[in-house]
Ligand binder design. Sequence first.
Ligand code: NDP
Length: 291
Amino acid sequence: MASIIEGKAISQKILADIKSSVASCARPPCAVFVRVGEDPASVIYVNQKQKIATEIGIKTSTILLPQNVECEMLLDTIRQLNEDTTVDGILIQAPLPTLEMQEAAFAMVDPTKDIDGFHSYNLGLLCQESDRGFWPCTPAGIVELIRSTNMDLTGKHTVVLGRSLIVGKPVGLLMLQKKEFANTTVTFCHSRSKNISHYAQDADLLIAAMGQPQAITADMIKPGAIVIDVGINRISDNNSEKGYRVVGDVDFENVKEVAGFITPVPGGVGPMTIAMLMKNTLLAYQRHAHR
Ligand code: NDP
């Protein structure tokens, strides 16, 4: 029976530590969120981030732009935030109306204010194993969860299911690093991979980030493996008031009988993502203060 990795509790401890560091800052660290349109999930995510930031003393504001905003106006807004010395961190809430606009917006953010860690400069620093950049928040949170197991993964096999730029690729690169928490051999699988079970069954650390509800079943798990479930999927549930419930990419109830450690959904990776955003905001403030 697996030990449950309690992401919620771990994130609360990290947030408490950030709060005490913020209390000794000369001024509150400041993050500005840019939201385009009224995508319901984006509204919820930005509100959640603002609420937690406020609780730990980080100052935030949100700039709202209409769904039909011209790309140039969005880029101008980001330019102004880049130049504003009172702003430490900038977050562009995805998705934006078009992929082109999203790529242009992420590229426009000053890399020293890129608290989401999505700028290609910061992804490049991650590839170089430099500590000067920002790690993307979800992968950074996953690393903290893995570290909480106190398992030595040196030479072990990490299998990442998913190759997106915000989760799959960076988390695989982090577990490849020549650092004490990592040093693993990494395999990436994606929608074109053949026989994913074959790779998953050999994983000492399995990170599922596919967005496929409960696709990872107990027969795909190596006994004792660490299983990190990143997926957030809604499935219909007539017993729930809302008519749905949220599940991960892993069949939690059965996989926990085989795995050594497992993250729940909700309450696993999700809370860590926001905690890491706060950590990046504090880091951005500290770096600006020491320039
Ligand atoms: P993307 O849709 O960008 O990427 C999904 C990846 O999974 C792609 O690389 C895709 O392959 C691969 N994939 C899809 N289906 C399969 C399959 N059947 N077998 C193998 N690989 C497959 O999603 P994200 O990376 O943004 O997010 C992944 C999941 O994590 C989602 O459920 C998302 O909601 C959740 N998430 C959770 C966060 C949290 O804080 N807990 C934060 C961010 C995301 P291909 O490249 O070939 O298309």
